[in-house]
Design a protein around this ligand. Structure first.
Ligand code: ATP
Length: 437
């Protein structure tokens, strides 16, 4: 059981600018949390602060409710898996793995038994007598993994552990890691700059940009309900399209030219009284046709990428390149007409997501009393949700008899065994209408 809390953490090196800015995050027991973001955004620094390899400049770090800022790395009950494996070249695989038990008072025989057990689980048994130079990249990473898992640490931290492997091996190691995490029930924090890896592995994703958390959510939320334009553009492949628009007298323009978009977008802009915005559309939500139709915009095909069942058309339209995903059997023509009336997100010029509603509020029957549930409320506040106690219109009710929560999800009630399961349903937390109703 391991719970990590970061509260208003800042980090600067040599009294320079903050490279981590006001970072607050709750990491729950048994989670596979992935920190993702572009190079230099502060992922490794965050991981190293959790490990105790870097000091916090400001803020607090707790593990299981215990303050850790001044604790030694060795007392934090965690292990680290690095990108470069960090194996000792002059030791055999067996001795490299035993290294992970350095701080344990087991007998030699007991250590051997444990090494053999984990080596079998990771298909390394045959290699116990080999040296690192005799192993493939994937096998080396498995040895590093075995060394991290063998001392039954409650928390395992991974810093881009698969980035040295080729694409096929990376994918199989990804699956292996996820199943190992389920088996060992460790809390994992995993750093990568690869959003595909993040989407494939995470129970929750933390997207960082420039030292700040931009959004935390399940892979589903990050893709379908981004809070920020940078989330929409970072998550999802092929990349989302972004079109700058303006609105005047309920008409939408791009570069002074009238265009037709989904009516919902206009409503959202009117609700928020914004007259310029970014409209963002996934490549599968833009439709194309070879004949002009009402409300379509003319474009020119410049490139086709084939992805098996689909292909991606790159179309020169609206003075930019639009990416449109069509089925592989679509017969493309050189001149095309794009239809922008499909589903889209709206972001203001500060890149913040504009929704039809303003404040998302969770009304709970009573404030929780146990440690983990209190931290769920804390995490909701970190994300900008409001949490209120109320007797009417409740969204989350604690059923004392059964010891479970009931959550109102789009009109029907679902049962949650732990309040942290609520984090999978954030998009369904009810909105308060803009006029406060
Ligand atoms: P990458 O994906 O490239 O590894 P990252 O997101 O992990 O990047 P960090 O390594 O955490 O980013 O670095 C965040 C910022 O802190 C960068 O601007 C980096 O230059 C700076 N930084 C990291 N370590 C130090 C250090 N020891 N001294 C000074 N600056 C540092």
């Amino acid at each position: 059981m391991s719970h990590i809390s970061l509260e208003k953490v800042h980090k600067s090196f040599d009294k320079g600018q903050d490279v981590i800015k006001d970072l607050s995050l709750e990491i729950f027991n048994d989670e596979f949390l992935v920190l993702v973001g572009p190079s230099g955004c502060g992922k490794t620094t965050t991981l190293r602060m959790i490990a105790g390899l870097e000091e916090l400049s400001q803020g607090d770090l707790y593990i299981n409710g215990n303050h850790q800022n001044d604790e030694d790395p060795s007392s934090r009950c965690l292990s680290f898996v690095f990108q470069n494996y960090a194996l000792l070249p002059n030791l055999t695989v067996e001795d490299n793995i035993v290294f992970g038990l350095m701080n344990h008072p087991y007998t030699r025989l007991e250590k051997k038994r444990r090494v053999e057990e984990i080596a079998r689980k990771l298909s390394l048994y045959e290699k116990l007598g080999s040296y690192p130079s005799q192993l493939s990249g994937g096998q080396k990473q498995k040895v590093a993994l075995a060394r991290a898992l063998i001392d039954s640490s409650d928390i395992v931290l991974f810093d881009e552990p698969l980035s040295n492997l080729d694409a096929v091996l990376r994918e199989s190691m990804r699956n292996e890691l996820i199943s190992l995490q389920k088996q060992f029930k460790t809390t994992c924090i995993y750093v990568t700059h690869d959003q595909v890896e993040a989407m494939a592995m995470a129970s929750r994703i933390v997207l960082m940009i420039d030292g700040s958390i931009i959004q935390v959510g399940t892979p589903y939320q990050m893709y379908h309900d981004p809070n920020h334009l940078d989330v929409a553009t970072f998550i999802g492949s092929p990349e989302i399209n972004v079109i700058k628009i303006s609105m005047k007298n309920h008409e939408v323009y791009h570069d002074q030219e009238p265009i037709t978009v989904n009516d919902k977008l206009k409503d959202i802009m009117e609700i928020h009284e914004i007259f310029e915005a970014y409209v963002s559309m996934r490549p599968q939500d833009i439709k194309v046709s070879s004949v002009k139709k009402e409300h379509t915009t003319k474009g020119k095909l410049i490139l086709v990428e084939h992805f098996g069942v689909n292909k991606l058309l790159h179309i020169d339209a609206l003075g930019q390149t639009l990416r449109v995903l069509v089925s592989a059997d679509y017969m493309e023509t050189k001149e095309l007409y794009v239809d922008l009336t499909g589903d889209a997100f709206v972001f203001d010029l500060q890149k913040r997501r504009m929704r039809q509603t303003i404040q998302r509020t969770l009304i709970i029957s009573e404030y929780p009393k146990n440690f983990e549930d209190i931290r769920v409320v804390k995490e909701l506040l970190n994300y900008g949700y409001e949490v209120n106690e109320g007797l009417m219109d409740m969204d989350l009710i604690y059923d004392h008899k059964k010891g479970v929560y009931q959550f109102k999800n789009q009109g029907s009630w679902i049962q949650l065994h732990h309040m942290k399961e609520l984090l999978n349903y954030l998009p369904y937390i009810k909105d308060i209408e803009p006029n406060g109703v």
